[in-house]
Write a protein that binds this ligand. Structure first.
Ligand SMILES: [Zn+2]
Length: 682
């Protein structure tokens, strides 16, 4: 064939053009490749070699033991729903996670996330046997590629016909079970756990390359980082940090969201980013990104997140409204119980990483007030939504909440929805785990206070500290430090921001005046058994809220007008445990609630007087409330009940022609019906 055959010329041209384009493509891709490598290298160069060291190191599960009133709360949980949920509630009893046919998504992992620490903190062998059965099943049914548990789940039991099940291979429940496994490993040293976690992380790493984070896991990736960091701190495998960066790049940008909250009022309709539990979990993201990047800007952003929520949605109980999306500052808006326990866990995470006294103060405020108030005293019933001003728990068809139904503040098995039924168990046990922490200089810190003891190794020696106290119902804390032989180590005590004029008495009788809002360091040679006394003065403080309403605080406790309660069975539990018949309850008031207070906010001691009793029985009941505060007030007849709740408090100051009455306030956590944010009398 002639070389210049016209019919050949075209292919030849094409071939030359093709060669040209191939060359250009090669050069371009080589150049792009170089750019990519430079960017990657640059990114890596900007990354710290490992993780930024945390301010404190959490101690392994089991090191901290609850005592006194805290132990009693954990024992009540063990005898209540936490210790029995798997015996009758289908979504745990017959969970896909244990080979059953019911929900196999978040519910069993949620329950285990509270059961595991509870079992080892209380030393309850019945609960430890349950834990072992579940862990054995889950660890022995890991799929060959590392996936843990069911790959897909049917909808929760009782969901409407046609309700969808879970997405296939939704990573969200993996995040929870990884938290469970980490705690189980700390308590038992089970050698199967770390390899199983590694395999699951490989599996998720592959999956995120194919399908980036989505849905719940797109918003809740902070908890994935918690587990990745837990493993990295033990194995120092660099690929775990690459995976953490991958998740951080794919997941929702919480630091940006919290730097200027887009929703500054009541959320008009349900959405992902104003969802209360998502916000609660998002509160830990800045602290985690600080550890990952070493960038100090995240320290500031971590503080700013809570400030933004307080500013637009803050309530007197230390929480933000979320029923179940952010709902503004009206104290009749509710907060979902999952939001309460997840806010606590985020604060515990932040406290360990950043070491801020303010995070510990806030954690105590939520734990001592909002947490017990959301549950019946025997921990069999709980609310979905709790209100700072909660004057009745009744059903109404058109409630005050943003998206939750009128039954949301009933005390029951699963009012509104069953997530809190499975998830609330972590509240007290994880709080207990975080009372004490190790310090980077080889010492020990008491970061959050409740009666407890801790046993840990310092310089190869066993050190035990027992904290004897009725705190937060007492200002006195006694720390008994025991070493086997003389040993020098630093011991840190948190001095809350509210504790002006605190006094620390050392074993030799000398005293110090530590500064409020700091960690006081005591560096000395400890010898045998010695005692430190800490006095934390709790002055009355009046806080301002929605429409200039006032609340009364003293130390970490918030005080409420506790209404007389009448508990009326509303309906039987849809599934009955063995033993006593169980019901959901309405709670209606048997005393008036619509009072305004006579207070001088600038000098609260003039109008408030404390009546101190002794701590006997359960402090989180009206009968057992160890502290009472006397105050005067008048009724406001036009402050009415509507939409199943107290109307928003009228703008303060207010006037009332009603007679002055003597009122008694009690700790918020002792009440199930209450007024906490009061109008202020002129
Ligand atoms: Zn919930």
């Amino acid at each position: 064939m002639p070389e210049n055959h016209p019919q050949d010329s075209q292919p030849q041209k094409r071939s030359k053009t093709k060669t040209f384009f191939v060359l250009v493509a090669l050069v371009l891709s080589a150049w792009l490749g170089l750019v990519y490598l430079r960017v990657q290298e640059g990114k890596k160069q900007n990354r710290p070699a490992g993780l930024e060291p945390p301010a404190f190191q959490s101690l392994p599960l089991g090191s901290v033991k609850p005592e006194g009133w805290l132990l009693e709360q954990l024992q009540l949980q063990a005898g209540g729903l936490t210790g029995h949920l798997d015996e009758f509630w289908p979504d745990v009893e017959d969970s896909g996670w244990i080979g059953g046919h019911a929900e196999g998504w978040e519910r069993a992992p949620y329950w285990l996330d509270g059961l595991v620490p509870l079992a080892y903190q209380t030393g309850d062998e019945r609960l430890q046997r349950k834990v072992k059965r579940w862990m054995d099943y889950i660890l022995s049914h890991q799929l060959p590629d590392g996936w843990l548990g069911p790959e897909q789940s049917p909808p929760p039991t009782g969901a409407p016909v046609g309700a969808p099940g879970s997405d296939p291979r939704d990573p969200w429940p993996q995040f929870i079970i990884l938290k469970v496994l980490a705690q189980y490993e700390e308590a038992t040293g089970d050698p199967r756990v770390i390899p199983a976690m590694e395999k699951d992380f490989w599996c998720l790493d592959n999956q995120l390359n194919q399908r980036p984070l989505f849905g719940w896991n797109y918003f809740r990736w902070g908890d994935f980082l918690v587990c990745l960091f837990w493993l990295y701190d033990r194995t120092h495998e660099p690929w775990l940090l690459d995976l953490a960066w991958k998740a951080a790049t794919q997941g929702y940008d919480w630091p940006k969201y919290f730097s200027d909250l887009p929703m500054k009022d009541k959320t008009p309709r349900w959405n992902w980013f104003t969802h209360g539990v998502n916000n609660a979990m998002g509160l830990k993201v800045s602290a985690l990104l600080y550890r990952l990047s070493g960038n100090d800007k995240y320290k500031k952003l971590s503080r700013q997140a809570l400030q933004e929520l307080d500013r637009y949605h803050g309530e007197a109980n230390g929480l933000f409204s979320a029923d179940e999306c952010l709902a503004g500052r009206n104290p009749s808006q509710g907060t979902e119980l999952c939001t309460i326990v997840e806010t606590m866990y985020s604060l515990e995470t932040n406290l360990a990483i950043l070491g801020n006294v303010g995070d510990a103060d806030r954690l105590e405020k939520i734990a001592f007030n909002a947490l017990p108030a959301a549950c019946s005293p025997d921990y069999w019933e709980h609310q979905y939504d709790e209100q700072a001003n909660q004057v009745a728990c009744v059903y109404v068809p058109q409630p005050v909440y943003t998206t939750n139904r009128g039954e949301s503040n009933l005390f029951g098995l699963e009012p509104q929805y069953g997530c809190c039924t499975a998830n609330f168990h972590q509240g007290w046990p994880k709080f207990t785990s975080h009372l004490w922490m190790a310090t980077p200089d080889g010492g020990l810190a008491a970061v959050v206070y409740a009666p407890s003891s801790v046993e840990t190794q310092i310089s190869g020696q066993t050190v035990k500290v027992e904290l004897t106290t009725d705190y937060p119902f007492s200002e006195e804390l006694a720390f008994k430090v025991t070493t086997q032989m003389p040993l020098q180590f630093p011991f840190y005590l948190r001095i809350p921001e509210w504790a002006q004029g605190a006094t620390l008495t050392l074993p030799d009788g000398s005293t110090q005046k530590p500064e409020a809002g700091s960690f006081q360091k005591i560096l000395r040679q400890w010898n045998g058994t010695e005692t430190l006394q800490l006095h934390l003065p709790m002055a009355f403080k009046v806080q301002r809220w929605f429409r200039d309403a006032v609340s009364v605080e003293r130390g970490p406790l918030v005080f409420s007008l506790g209404l007389k309660e009448i508990w009326k069975p509303a309906r039987p539990f849809p599934y009955q445990p063995k033993g006593d018949h169980k019901s959901d309850y309405f709670v209606v008031p048997d005393s008036p609630w619509n009072y305004a207070l006579a207070l001088d906010p600038g000098d609260p001691d003039k109008s408030l007087s404390l009546q101190e009793g002794t701590l006997q029985g359960d402090p989180f009941t009206l009968e057992g409330a160890p502290l009472k505060v006397a105050v005067k007030g008048r009724r406001l007849d036009d402050w009415a009940f509507a939409t199943g709740a107290a109307e928003p408090p009228p703008q303060s100051p207010v006037e009332s022609a009603e007679p002055e009455e003597d009122l008694t306030l009690v700790p918020y956590g002792s009440t199930r019906l209450r007024v906490t944010e009061f109008p202020l009398l002129k």
